[in-house]
Design a protein around this ligand. Sequence first.
Ligand code: ZN
Length: 69
Amino acid sequence: MTAVIRSLRHALHPTEPPHPGQCRETLCGETIDLGKPTAIDWLSPTCDTCWLTATATGDRLHPPRDRTR
Ligand SMILES: [Zn+2]
């Protein structure tokens, strides 16, 4: 699942389906208030950090959730 922030497409933690109005964290650590996806979203370039994180984890459905901040 992806979401667009500042014209970059980011990947979301796949813990639950996204709903408009939610505040979700992206794989690269950004926070986004979800809106309704638009067709233009899919034309945006992909965030490199999110892409690398997603590919590095093998796109597992349950990434580690015990990170400390
Ligand atoms: Zn990102």
